[in-house]
Write a protein that binds this ligand. Structure first.
Ligand SMILES: Cc1cc2nc3c(=O)[nH]c(=O)nc-3n(C[C@H](O)[C@H](O)[C@H](O)COP(=O)(O)OP(=O)(O)OC[C@H]3O[C@@H](n4cnc5c(N)ncnc54)[C@H](O)[C@@H]3O)c2cc1C
Length: 433
């Protein structure tokens, strides 16, 4: 298939229907342009709540939303389910698995992927979580290991099956280890009455000296204290040396036997092929100028996690968080219209409204400018912000009511193994009928 121009309107092709792409697409509504969005998934993923899917707190569909539904009624918008294989700037074409798309303006909003820093062993044996299938893989593995632990008569094997290690103490690692600690405290003995909470172990391993280093010192210390109070064993300032699916070695000499290791230690930009290597900077992000235009190109832009505005204020680009992607998407939409009209574009300025991270029930940390608080009110704010940012009214309701039920029952309802996770191949198998 070849999708060449049929209308005389300028054509803007957006690769990626994440936070950046969606907000860009919306901001182009009603303008005299043709918008084509390409994504390898037909849904938008709300990544901040993936860990809740992974631990069974909410259902998987609640963190996804069909891209076609988001843009229903936007007349200048078309969506195609397509995996981009390459960009060909010399012919203004995007090459995908379903055909080629020509563009006048191209916006790369492909987000980021898990970074194993070249360690193939970690890549094979640890569990990543950047999308819904990966969150469901973790859920399957976790529940399968609990089931196996119940059956084995070997105490060493049982302990390994009940040992959960989270690598990476950023917001995702902290949220995941907190959620596992809650499972240990509240769910384990209800679903598996022969186990005691102490049978399950949760470890958090972080390379930096402190957890959630991007937040204030106070938030970092409080998050660590919350986790310790919940029984999580934390190692900071150390690195995992090796993991072969059974034995995990840390460079402080600690060796653990664990069957479930979750990798939240890094991300890298998901850069499509076809751009020159010199535009790809630290963290595999595409370097852009202040209007998100890719260095050396007139009509190619990059926004969100995959991009980095590199200047003296932001030498490594803006943080890879949803508000940056949302604001860059909306801002670029306005700039593209200005450029098309022959007007001067306006540089992007990030309005940082603050950072929130939750550790568990009634426990979160909040840095909102100079206002820093922790505990119940931070947790309520975290709940509110996440429900309000979720795409789709039905998803907001489903998540809100799931949390109310979870809060009062001190349990979660979504621990079904829908697909077996095969620990030999580290892939899912269809479950036996
Ligand atoms: C587990 C987790 C927890 C997080 N928690 C928080 C949080 O609490 N707060 C916060 O602010 N941020 C959080 N983030 C980060 C936040 O989700 C990202 O910053 C944000 O999603 C970036 O938006 P984006 O549009 O750049 O990319 P994404 O949202 O990743 O979207 C990229 C899109 O591009 C598509 N795509 C990629 N490659 C191709 C291709 N070759 N062809 C076609 N389509 C392609 C993908 O399918 C996807 O839909 C979290 C991220 C993760 C993974």
């Amino acid at each position: 298939m070849n999708v060449n121009h049929v209308s005389s309107k300028p054509r803007i092709v957006i690769i990626g229907g994440g936070f950046a792409g969606i907000n860009l697409g919306r901001s182009l509504s009603g303008h005299n342009v043709e918008v084509i969005m390409l994504d390898k998934h037909n849904y938008h993923t709300f990544q901040p709540l993936l860990y809740q899917v992974a631990i069974g707190a909410i259902e998987a569909d609640a963190v996804g939303y069909p891209i076609r539904r988001i843009f229903a009624g936007q007349e200048n918008f078309t969506f195609h389910l397509a995996e981009v294989q390459k960009i060909s700037p010399e012919s203004n074409t995007v090459n995908t698995n379903v055909g080629d798309f020509t563009y006048d303006y191209l916006v790369i909003a492909t987000g980021s992927n898990t970074n194993y820093f070249g360690n193939k062993e970690m890549e094979h044996f640890t569990m990543p979580m950047k999308n819904i299938p990966e969150a469901l893989n973790w859920r399957s593995l976790m529940v399968q290991n609990l089931e196996k632990a119940l059956l084995t008569s070997d105490p060493i094997e049982r302990a390994a099956l009940l040992t959960f290690v989270v690598v990476g103490g950023g917001p995702t690692g902290v949220e995941m280890s907190g959620a596992l600690a809650e499972m240990r405290l509240h769910m384990l003995t209800k679903d598996y009455p022969t186990f005691k909470p102490d049978d399950m172990k949760v470890y958090l391993v972080e390379g930096k000296p402190e957890l959630i280093a991007a937040m204030s010192e106070r938030a970092s210390i409080k998050a660590k204290q919350f986790l310790i109070d919940m029984g999580v064993v934390i190692y900071t300032g150390v690195h995992v040396q090796s993991y072969n699916g059974e034995d995990l070695k840390i460079d402080n000499g600690v060796e653990l036997k664990a069957r479930s290791v979750f990798w939240a230690a890094g991300v890298k930009g998901e850069v499509p092929d076809g751009l020159p290597q010199e535009v790809v900077v630290r963290g595999a992000r595409i370097q852009t100028d202040e209007i998100n235009r890719v260095k050396g190109f007139n009509n190619i832009f990059a926004i969100g996690d995959v991009s980095a505005i590199v200047n003296t204020d932001t030498p490594n680009g803006h943080p890879g968080v949803a508000p940056v992607a949302i604001q860059q998407g909306s801002h670029l939409g306005k700039n593209l219209i200005r450029i098309i009209k022959g007007e001067a574009p306006v540089p992007f300025e990030y309005r940082d409204k603050g950072t929130l991270a939750t550790v568990g029930r009634n426990k979160a940390v909040a840095d909102l400018g100079k206002l820093r608080f922790q505990g119940f009110f931070a947790w309520l704010l975290w709940l509110f912000v996440h429900v309000m940012t979720l795409a789709g009214f039905s998803n907001k309701l489903i998540v809100f009511f799931s949390w109310i039920i979870n809060y009062f029952t001190r349990n979660t309802d979504n621990r079904m193994i829908l697909h077996n996770f095969d620990t030999e191949t580290m892939k899912t198998d269809p479950i036996a009928k």
